[in-house]
Design a protein around this ligand. Sequence first.
Ligand code: NAD
Length: 302
Amino acid sequence: MKILISDRIDDEGVEVLRENADIDIETSLSHEELVEVIGRYDGIIVRSGTTVDEEVLMAGDRLKVVGRAGVGVDNIDVEKATELGIIVINAPEASTISVSEHTMGLLLSAARNIPQANMSMKDGKWEKSRFLGEEVYGKTLGTFGLGRIGAEVAKRAQAFGMNVIAFDPYISQEKAGELGVEITDKNNLLERADFVTFHVPLTDETHHMISTEEFETMKPNSIILNVARGGIIDEKALEKAIKNNKIRGAALDVFEAEPATKSPLLKLDSVITTPHLGASTEEAQENVAISIASHVLEALEG
Ligand code: NAD
């Protein structure tokens, strides 16, 4: 069995693969180079850096499995893969805790202006009155998506005394009830939430699900968080909404175009950002790598 690892994964996962298969690690292939070499492999393991589109899949003459070391499979043409009989596997549970902890980190950072205060102190200033924050206790968190991550975020927010409401048309009232979360519709969530967070996949349905009209509905003092995928929030509309005081600010881990070093949102004081760090913990990376390695091997061994 020959497996190509085209984005960096944790050594623990590489070891699992090495013990059972012939592996190549090529993490800087261009799309053209990938198309050229993919025909030699039975399996490929990617993170979010490699795009496995129709061209790659069609060139993969002996390709049986695409493993995504992570959750979102939006960089893989799953429909084409299915049509060609190629299995697409991800490691959905491995980073749930890390992403939900990162969401809480951003939530508290936004509420208390921690990143801005840190930058100001490092600039030699002591601006105590500039960074008046707000408590999250007693506030309403609205989550779009109450799946794995949404549910863990809900539990953590409740531990901080927040009231959690959710919009998720695909989960049962029973599950929401067990979590103590009220299910509501999109508009009602936007009208009521002090903090709005996204834990949905990027799909045609969720692309730009928050744009100008939705920002008009939100509370002027509200903060929006995205630790799911860039493209769910319309960034141009977000920039305008913040500049026009339709909402107070945003905490973003993901962007429509990454790396987002030139995003105009970075110029806004009330936007705090991290460079797609949701799953970047030692634990998540190890879990993801081991999980995807074992699942890809299982699939190849039939
Ligand atoms: P999940 O599948 O367990 O949960 C997603 C939830 O979204 C489901 O309950 C689903 O019913 C709901 N949903 C789908 N479409 C919806 C819609 N149109 N409106 C409202 N709800 C909708 O997935 P998860 O493990 O919780 O992960 C959520 C997302 O987090 C992933 O898709 C991924 O994009 C993102 N993620 C980001 C990072 C990061 O590094 N920032 C890491 C891991 C995952």
